[in-house]
Design a protein around this ligand. Structure first.
Ligand SMILES: [Zn+2]
Length: 543
C-alpha cells in the first residue's frame, strides 16, 4: 500500500517535473528573444568598438582602449570582475597616423594604398622615380641570388614596385551570401558522414613548396633585406584584388630596421603604373607616411568580465571572440561583431534577471591575427592542457567563439564526443526559425582559423559557431572595406539570441559537458611551423 502510494506520488512528481523543465526553457527563450528584439545594444557596442576605437591592432593603444571601454560597458550592465589580463606579445605596438600617395608624373593623381604594419615611416614627403622588379617565379636560392645581383643598381634611390601587376579577372558568378537551409542542416547533421564541410572557406590548402625552391616567405624576407641594403626608398606591393580592395598585413620581422616604408597599392593603381612603365615612360611617385611605435605594446591584453554563478560558481562557461583587428579599416566584421555578439548574449541573460548556476565569462582576445596568441596565452595560463592540466582545467564547461563576420549563426562545431554536441544541439534546437540548424562533434586538435582552436588544441570543449558567409570572404575579411556599414543588424541579433540560450542551458545543467576520456582523446597533431617540408608557400593569416 505504502509502496504503491509512493509510486503514485513519484509518477505525479515526474509528470509534473519534466514539462516544468521544458516550460522553464521555453519561458527563458521567449524572454531572451524579447530582450534582444526590444532592447538590443549590439549596434551601440559596434559603434564604439569600430568608429571610436578602431582599428585595433595588437599592441596599439586603440586596442587597449577598446578593451577598457568594453569592461566599463559590461560593468555598467552589471557584470563583475572586469579586467585586462596581460600577456607577453614581445613586439612594440604600431599605428599609421597619416598617409598620402600620388603619381606626380607623367600624370597627376591620388593613389589608393594601405601601409604595411610594423614598417617605418618616410620622415616627410619622398618623391622619386618608380622602378618595377619582375621577380622570377618559384626560384631556387641560386636563381634568386643571381637575379638580385643584377638588380642592385636599378633599385638605388627608387620607389620599387615589388613584382609585376597581377591580372584580376572580373567576377562573373557572385559568391553565395547565404547558405540555404537544406545545406546548413546537412552541415550540422550528426548522421551526415560529410557534416562539417563548407566551413568558412578561408583556409586555402597550402601547396607544399617544390623541393629546392624558395618559399614565398623566404623570397619576401630576402627581398626586404636586399631593398634596405640596396638603398631603395619605398616598397610598393600590388593588392591584387578587385574593386580597390586592399589587404595589408605586416612586416613579419616586426623590426623597422629590416624593412623599407612599405605600402600595398590598389590593383587598379598598380596596374596603371605598370602599363605606363611598360610604354617606356618614366613614372614619378610621391609618398608621405607617418607611423608611430609604442614600446609598451610588448605587453598585450585580453579583456575579461563575468556574470558570477551561484551554487556552481567555480565552474565556468566561456564565450568570446578576438577584439584585435588589422589596421586598414575599423575591423567590424573581423571581429568587433564577434565581440559585440558575445557581449550582447551575456548582457541579455543579465538583463532578464536569470541567476546562472555557473559563472559566465566573456573573453575578448588580442593577438589573434598574429597567430591566436592571446587565447593561447590564456589557455596556457589558466587551463594548461589535457596532457598537463592545471586545476581550472576540469572547471570549464565550454568556450563559444564567433569570428566569421556578420552572417547569422547556422550551427556549432563542438570539440568533444558526440554526447557533447548532442547537448549543444538540443540547446540550439528551439532556434531553427532563426536559421540555427544544429551542432556536430569535432575531433580536431589542430590549431588554426580562430580562437576556439586554442581551447580544442588543449583538449578543452572549444565551440566554433558557423555563419552565413554574406560578404566576409569576398569583400570584408582583412580588407580596407571592413567597416560598421557591413553589419546586418537582423543577423547579429539572431546570433546573440541563440548564443544566449545555449549559454544559459550550459550554465544550468547538473553536469558539465561530456569530454573525451583518456582513451578517446585525439592525439595532438604535429606542431605547425616545424622545419622540413611543412613551411607554407603562401602565408594564410588567421581570420
Ligand atoms: Zn578574425
Amino acid at each position: 500500500m505504502r509502496r504503491s502510494r509512493a509510486l503514485v506520488l513519484l509518477c505525479v512528481l515526474l509528470v509534473g517535473f519534466v514539462p516544468a523543465v521544458a516550460q522553464d526553457a521555453a519561458d527563458i527563450n521567449a524572454k531572451i528573444r524579447k530582450e534582444e528584439n526590444e532592447n538590443s545594444q549590439i549596434l551601440r557596442t559596434m559603434h564604439f568598438l569600430t568608429d571610436v576605437y578602431g582599428p585595433r591592432l595588437t599592441g596599439s593603444p586603440n586596442l587597449k582602449a577598446a578593451g577598457e571601454w568594453a569592461i566599463k560597458q559590461m560593468t555598467e550592465w552589471g557584470f563583475e570582475n572586469g579586467h585586462l589580463e596581460p600577456w607577453d606579445f614581445g613586439h612594440p605596438g604600431w599605428a599609421n597616423e597619416r598617409f598620402s600617395g600620388f603619381i606626380t608624373s607623367p600624370v597627376k593623381d591620388t593613389l589608393t594604398c594601405e601601409v604595411l604594419a610594423w614598417t617605418p615611416g618616410t620622415n616627410g614627403a619622398v618623391t622619386a622615380r618608380a622602378y618595377q622588379m619582375v621577380l622570377p617565379e618559384k626560384p631556387t636560392q641560386e636563381e634568386f641570388t643571381a637575379y638580385l645581383a643584377k638588380q642592385k643598381e636599378n633599385v638605388k634611390g627608387k620607389i620599387v614596385l615589388a613584382g609585376k601587376g597581377q591580372m584580376v579577372p572580373v567576377t562573373l558568378t557572385p559568391p553565395v551570401r547565404r547558405q540555404d537551409d537544406k545545406q546548413a542542416k546537412e552541415r550540422y547533421d550528426p548522421n551526415n558522414p560529410n557534416a562539417g564541410q563548407g566551413r568558412g572557406g578561408n583556409r586555402r590548402q597550402q601547396e607544399p613548396p617544390a623541393p629546392g625552391k624558395l618559399t614565398a616567405r623566404q623570397i619576401e624576407e630576402q627581398l626586404d633585406q636586399f631593398l634596405v641594403a640596396g638603398g631603395a626608398l619605398i616598397r610598393v606591393n600590388d593588392a591584387g584584388r578587385e574593386h580597390r580592395q586592399i589587404r595589408a598585413f605586416n612586416n613579419r620581422s616586426f623590426d623597422a630596421a629590416k624593412a623599407l616604408p612599405t605600402v600595398v597599392m590598389s590593383n587598379e593603381d598598380y596596374g596603371r603604373i605598370t602599363r605606363i612603365l611598360a610604354d617606356g615612360t618614366s613614372v614619378e611617385l610621391e609618398f608621405n607616411i607617418v607611423n608611430r611605435w609604442y614600446p609598451e605594446g610588448k605587453t598585450a591584453y585580453n579583456t575579461v568580465a563575468e556574470i558570477p554563478g551561484t551554487d556552481k560558481k567555480d565552474e565556468v562557461v566561456m564565450l568570446g571572440g578576438h577584439l584585435d583587428s588589422w589596421h586598414s579599416a575599423t575591423g567590424a566584421t573581423d571581429n568587433a561583431i564577434g565581440c559585440a555578439v558575445m557581449m550582447e548574449a551575456a548582457r541579455i541573460l543579465k538583463a532578464i534577471g536569470v541567476k546562472p548556476r555557473r559563472t559566465i565569462r566573456v573573453a575578448l582576445w588580442s593577438g589573434e591575427e598574429q597567430g591566436l596568441l592571446g587565447s593561447q596565452a590564456y589557455v596556457k595560463q589558466h587551463f594548461g592542457t589535457f596532457e598537463e592540466p592545471k586545476p581550472e582545467y576540469s572547471k570549464l564547461v565550454a568556450y563559444f567563439n564567433v569570428d566569421s563576420g556578420t552572417g547569422r549563426v547556422r550551427g556549432a562545431s563542438v570539440f568533444g564526443p558526440p554526447d557533447a554536441a548532442a547537448i549543444v544541439r538540443q540547446a540550439l534546437a528551439p532556434f531553427e526559425d532563426l536559421g540555427v540548424m544544429g551542432a556536430i562533434a569535432s575531433k580536431s586538435r589542430a590549431l588554426g582559423g580562430t580562437d576556439s582552436t586554442s581551447f580544442s588544441q588543449a583538449g578543452l570543449p572549444g565551440i566554433g559557431l558557423g555563419q552565413d558567409p554574406i560578404e566576409y570572404n569576398s569583400a570584408t575579411w582583412h580588407t580596407n572595406l571592413d567597416t560598421y556599414e557591413r553589419i546586418i543588424e537582423d543577423d547579429v541579433k539572431k546570433s546573440s539570441i541563440a548564443v544566449a540560450a545555449a549559454l544559459y542551458q550550459l550554465a544550468m545543467r547538473d553536469e558539465l559537458l561530456p569530454r573525451f576520456s583518456k582513451e578517446t582523446m585525439p592525439p595532438l597533431p604535429p606542431r605547425e611551423g616545424t622545419p622540413a617540408t611543412t613551411t607554407p608557400t603562401t602565408p594564410t593569416p588567421p581570420r
